[in-house]
Design a protein around this ligand. Sequence first.
Ligand code: FES
Length: 189
Amino acid sequence: MSEEHQDAVPEVDASDAAADAVAVTDDPTKAFSFSPEREKKYEEIVRRYPTRLSAIMPMLWLCQDEWGWLKPGVPEWVAARLEVPISRVYEIISFYTMYYTENPGTYNLQVCRNISCHMAGSGKITKHLCKKLGVGLNETDSEGRFRVEEVECLGACGMGPMMQVGKDFYEHLTEEKVDELIEQWRRDG
Ligand code: FES
């Protein structure tokens, strides 16, 4: 996520924030809680950005790090904690594809489909993954473990075909290599 995108979130009047904030509990700021380590990161984020609006994107990332996705109620909690309008949180979630409002499973296999990876055979890898796991694109398997997704360039264009799973990159993929990875993840649980 680039600084440019973060900076692109425009300012709003603080009074709008209070008016638009939507509560999901009596006190929405208490609906969820971060682990102590992430709570510390949250405080750093709030200090780092000049406005609370600029902190929405990193705060949403932090939520995904904590729970794996933006489960129901989390967007409202983010809005309440940052004291920003819920509409600003939802407009970011709906614009950027990397925020998940449905559980993407334990292993979300994000295969790059851009030109370099495409030329190196990413389409074949995606089809193989879907067939092996018995899922369609953007579908999670019945055990909630694996999901296959095509994404735009991940910045490893010379290493294609490649995919990202969590924060790890897997490069120069072949059908044999992804089979081994899946077996390993199945063993890991
Ligand atoms: S084209 Fe696949 S990482 Fe850039």
